[in-house]
Ligand binder design. Sequence first.
Ligand SMILES: C[S@@+](CC[C@H](N)C(=O)[O-])C[C@H]1O[C@@H](n2cnc3c(N)ncnc32)[C@H](O)[C@@H]1O
Length: 374
Amino acid sequence: MCVDMARIQGDPYRMIEATVEHSNVVSNQVAACAAHGRFFDAVEHFSTVGEIGGRLGVHPTKTKALVAMLKCLADRGDLEEREVAGKKVYRRKTAAPQVREGTGDLGRAKLDRVMDGWGGNAADFNWIARAGNLLGHDLSFLKTDAADKVPFGRRLLSTSGMDWKYLLTEPVYDLGRLKAVRDLANYGSRFLDLACGPGFGTQRLAEVVVGGCEVVGVDMSNEMLEEARRVIYSGAKATFILRDLNTGLPPLQENSFDGILFNGAFHFIQDKRARLLEMYRVLRPGGGLVLAHNFGRSGLNDESTWEFYFALLKAEIYPIEFEDLRIMLSDTGFVEYDQYHRGSFSYIHVRKPVGEFQPARQPLPMTKANERPE
Ligand SMILES: C[S@@+](CC[C@H](N)C(=O)[O-])C[C@H]1O[C@@H](n2cnc3c(N)ncnc32)[C@H](O)[C@@H]1O
């Protein structure tokens, strides 16, 4: 972990630029894979997703990934997207999109400069270059149900290999986690680390909170928790609970935490309103919550790249617009303290006010996760 916070504080534009550059590295891999796999032959004329999937032999379970890939290539400018009779149709703009052979890594040089400007270590991104084309060269990841046939998935998403460590410790990601932890450190000594993964947030809390702290980590992945339990947290007493947070928070005492960290996973939560109410309950009055690295609907040009990335995961995501998240937080009773953004990933720091909260209106029922009822 190598981000020097002192150098990037107060420089939010660089953070956005770096994130978008970061996504360019990935979207270029998508285009490189499409070109090598003769994807563009299947979109010579305007065609529906079903027609394109049929021509390419896409496995039915990978339709979501195909849709996301088409959107990503359209946003890059490689495909033209239209709507005909309520259906999206796509046609190639060029037979060969602009990709660099070998690494498929057009965004890299600029990203390196941005990272150097941060005081981050651009060499930490070498895993992308080492990996070559993360999606392979033959579109086989679209043609099979097996996640382990996806080089991208195997390298980045597997919890049995160690490659996910590169993803979770890269500077762009660690930056947000460290800022979130710094924001929380002042609240006290007892923290909840939701979707804690292999314990990097807990580790950061142990480093940053003066005088020691107690952290309860929760995650749905046994492999992640096994990893988290192996770590020595000097200065922190850490306990971990296995739990799918889509089924609710584990039983925890009311008003019992000074701060809650939810880094890199709130987009996996379907009933966000219900989870926010539970977080509000377990947080002490005056305590802080940071929802960090939360992927949402932004309309920015990195959105479709990351949507494609998430489409390769087994877990569903439920992204909503940042404004809707703010409304949900305030309906729950939280008071906003700070927000910052890195492309389509947002960070929001809120507090549970001291004194009883009177809701302005009744909590609204959730319909679709990305739709706010009238
Ligand atoms: C991108 S990692 C972030 C890990 C950690 N917060 C960090 O900062 O490194 C996402 C984590 O969310 C966990 N996760 C995803 N969906 C979850 C759910 N429904 N309940 C609990 N954990 C979940 C995954 O197992 C994974 O460990």
